[in-house]
Design a protein around this ligand. Structure first.
Ligand code: SAH
Ligand code: SF4
Ligand code: F3S
Length: 444
């Protein structure tokens, strides 16, 4: 028996994959360790989407060299996920203290790779593709009340800046029955909330001729009795009317949609190969708000794509204010080797990109605050997640609109008693990134 620790970077798909890695390792008899110092197996599940994520990984792994040379030579270091997929064997040469490199399609091999490496032979196993969905593997969920449920893997969109299609492979949909059966068994197992996952959930079923599409999947999943349903991510060009209407007809589908726009200028959207114009995007937003009044909206935005002018950037700002997002994730463009945009020469100078980014961040912050202020006075059913990160006497919960809310822990009660429960909370205060509230009487 060994003790393991997994460090997870990147998106929700990686969080899901890490839960499967933990499941595999525990099925092989290993137990979780609280820190690197107490672990015999250290796994990094990595992200390659931007340079900063990459750098952090190489830095962290390099710092473990000291652990190995300083008296614990038997510790096994494994690197998986999207950087493992991209770098494969090369990583073993560049980081000689790494023992195992695995990819996004070889998660199931992790225990056997570790066994082989334990006999002193570092090795890499990275496959181009697999028919196997990681969801078939055993799992140790981070929270007993929440589960990630992949419905597609890979991506066929090839946005010009994005490395994901190269490290996650072509898009493939999971069998409809397999998804529904898994959600039904999660509901029976006490899971309160699921998040359906895919790089573009809206294209679910496109690769399975005659099989149901995403909106039908949502209805079938809701019919299992699962209490709260969320999904990520939606590509605007594939957001169907049926999916929009599902928000109105399925009470358990939470009123929140993450709809990445990436940019506000048609010229840049075309250069990004996004497949829609700002007008088409805004039209989708209008339709959504007509059908689902009050739906919360968030987005991803890239600043400083090659060739972005001041005018292009103003159009991003204008779109953000027009939509009045409840939240936005903002990124400075990071060239990724092997993607079509990486060869573009008209780079935006770093300081220009940074000052545009700062202006956008200011706008996003005030919109988030305004959105949170509008929610004050409402009493809503929130899923309690556990103690807040800063203060053990405060509980963190999520509103249906995916807003983070802090509530004082009632005297004499523990956070563990509340974690995973759904409670009616009165929203009493607003800050840019969170709300404050208090427990209200349960609904009659
Ligand atoms: N499949 C999802 C998530 C993709 S990665 C989607 O299509 O929305 C998450 C976000 O990272 C993207 O939405 C994009 O905003 C950002 N991103 C991707 N590649 C990037 C790059 N090269 N530089 C900066 N941000 C990037
Ligand atoms: Fe990347 Fe575009 Fe696919 Fe999202 S839709 S993963 S941004 S290529
Ligand atoms: Fe990163 Fe891979 Fe997700 S590159 S964003 S962890 S699919």
């Amino acid at each position: 028996m060994s003790r393991y620790i997994i460090h997870t970077f990147g998106c929700q798909m990686n969080k899901h994959d890490s839960e499967r890695m933990a499941g595999l390792l525990e099925a092989a008899g290993h137990v979780r360790a609280p820190s690197n110092d107490e672990a015999d197996i250290i796994v990094f599940n990595t992200c390659a989407v931007r340079e900063t994520a990459d750098d952090r990984l190489y830095g962290q792994v390099a710092s473990l060299k000291a652990l190995k040379t300083g008296g614990r030579p038997d510790v096994l270091i494994a690197v998986g996920g999207c950087v493992g997929q991209r770098d494969g064997e090369r990583m073993l040469r560049e980081l000689p203290h790494v023992d195992v490199v695995f990819g996004t399609h070889t998660i199931h091999e992790l225990p056997s790779l570790l066994d082989a490496a334990a006999s002193g032979r570092p090795l890499a196993s990275v496959a181009e593709e697999t028919d196997r969905f990681a969801s078939d593997l055993p799992s140790v969920r981070e929270h007993r009340w929440h589960a990630w449920v992949p419905i597609t893997v890979g991506c066929d969109n090839h946005c010009s800046y994005c490395i994901v299609p190269y490290v996650r492979g072509p898009e493939r949909s999971r069998r409809f029955e397999d998804v529904v059966t898994e959600v039904a068994s999660l509901a029976a197992d006490g899971v309160v909330e699921i998040t359906l996952l895919g790089q573009n959930v809206n294209s679910y079923g496109r690769d399975r001729y005659g099989s149901p599409r995403f909106a039908q999947l949502l209805h079938a999943v809701a019919d299992t009795g699962m209490q709260r349903i969320r999904f990520a991510t939606s590509h605007p060009k594939d957001l169907s009317s049926e999916t929009i209407e599902a928000f109105a007809s399925i009470p358990s589908l939470m009123p929140y949609l993450h709809l990445p726009v990436q940019h506000g200028s048609n010229r840049i959207l075309a250069a990004m190969n996004r497949g829609y114009t700002r007008e088409q995007y805004l039209e989708r937003i209008d339709r959504l708000r007509d059908v689902v009044p009050g739906i919360a909206l968030s987005t991803d935005i890239i600043v400083g794509f090659p060739g972005e002018t001041d005018d292009d950037f103003e159009q991003t700002l204008d779109l953000v204010e027009r939509v009045a997002y409840d939240h936005a994730f903002t990124f400075i463009y990071s060239p990724r080797e092997g993607t079509p945009a990486a060869v573009l020469t008209d780079a935006v100078p770093r300081d220009v990109a940074q000052s545009r980014f700062d202006r956008l961040a200011t706008s996003v912050r005030s919109l988030s605050l305004a959105s949170n202020e509008r929610a004050v006075g409402e009493a809503v059913d929130c899923l309690v997640e556990g103690p807040s990160r800063r203060d053990p006497r405060v509980l963190s919960a999520r509103t249906p609109h995916n807003r983070l809310i802090h509530v004082p822990l009632p005297v004499g009660e523990t956070a563990a008693e509340h974690a995973g429960s759904v409670a009616r909370i009165l929203i009493t205060g607003a800050h840019p990134w969170f709300l404050t509230g208090e427990f209200a009487a349960p609904p009659v």
